[in-house]
Design a protein around this ligand. Structure first.
Ligand code: ZN
Length: 236
């Protein structure tokens, strides 16, 4: 039986790599300088490079079940996502952090069901989305969509608890972006605080402002203060 994975590896070296050899050489000599930290769900249908048209060296990626951001609790455990956030912000000095959830997310659906008893780590991890869940037993498509979007806002808010993130956002050196990728439509909906909801990228005026944009000239002039996960409107 042919080893399909091995064949793919061989094809990369013989066919794909030669077309980008000089780019990789440059990225080795000059190091990586990605401007974006992309926190995405692990779902196989979410392909950050396709969505953004990014190439090598452009995205610093961290992916996990649900695209969740753990709390900055200083418990000093083996916190992979937190470590990636710290590295991206403090070492790489990224200018944007994208939190990208998506339609038909299994992590979000699992908030309304049960996970296998043996999946203790998964059960605990899903608690990071619990606040986004709505009080219904049998969620329909609309409830799931809203929960997916609320979970994204929740993670953006949690990012602001990281001192190095908050400091840079407040100084205007870092922006936060909430994205909801609708797989079946092939379109990302970006959270736009001035619209108080998610807007399809085709109609959006920017790539998402996050819930905290101190320079947003809102109607009351007070920016996005007060908008939280519960403030995400239905639909969008
Ligand atoms: Zn997912």
């Amino acid at each position: 039986m042919p080893d399909e994975l091995l064949e793919r590896l061989q094809r990369f070296t013989s066919e794909a790599f030669p077309t980008q050899r000089s780019l990789f050489r440059h990225l080795v000599d000059d190091g990586q300088h990605p401007l974006t930290l992309f926190i995405g769900c692990s779902d196989s249908r979410l392909v950050p490079y396709l969505l953004t048209g990014a190439g090598p060296g452009e995205l610093f990626l961290v992916r996990n079940v649900g695209a969740f951001v753990p709390p900055y609790d200083q418990s000093q455990g083996f916190h992979g996502t937190a470590a990636a956030i710290e590295f991206a912000v403090l070492n790489l000095d990224v200018k944007r952090i994208v939190v990208c959830g998506h339609s038909h997310c299994g992590a979000i659906r699992a908030l309304y069901g049960e996970v296998p008893a043996a999946a203790q780590n998964l059960a605990r991890w899903l608690e990071l989305g619990r606040e986004a869940a709505l009080p219904v037993a049998e969620p329909g498509a609309e409830v799931l969509r809203r929960t997916e979007q609320r979970a994204i806002i929740l993670q953006l808010e949690r990012l602001m608890d990281y001192p190095m993130v908050r400091e840079r956002v407040e100084a205007g050196r870092l922006t936060l972006h909430g994205w909801h990728y609708v797989i079946e439509d092939g379109e990302v909906h970006v959270f736009d605080v001035s619209q108080r909801g998610f807007v399809p990228a085709s109609r959006a005026e920017n790539a998402g402002t996050g819930p905290y944009q101190p320079f947003w000239p809102g109607p009351s002039g007070d920016g996005a203060a007060g908008l939280d996960a519960s403030g995400v409107p239905a639909g969008a």
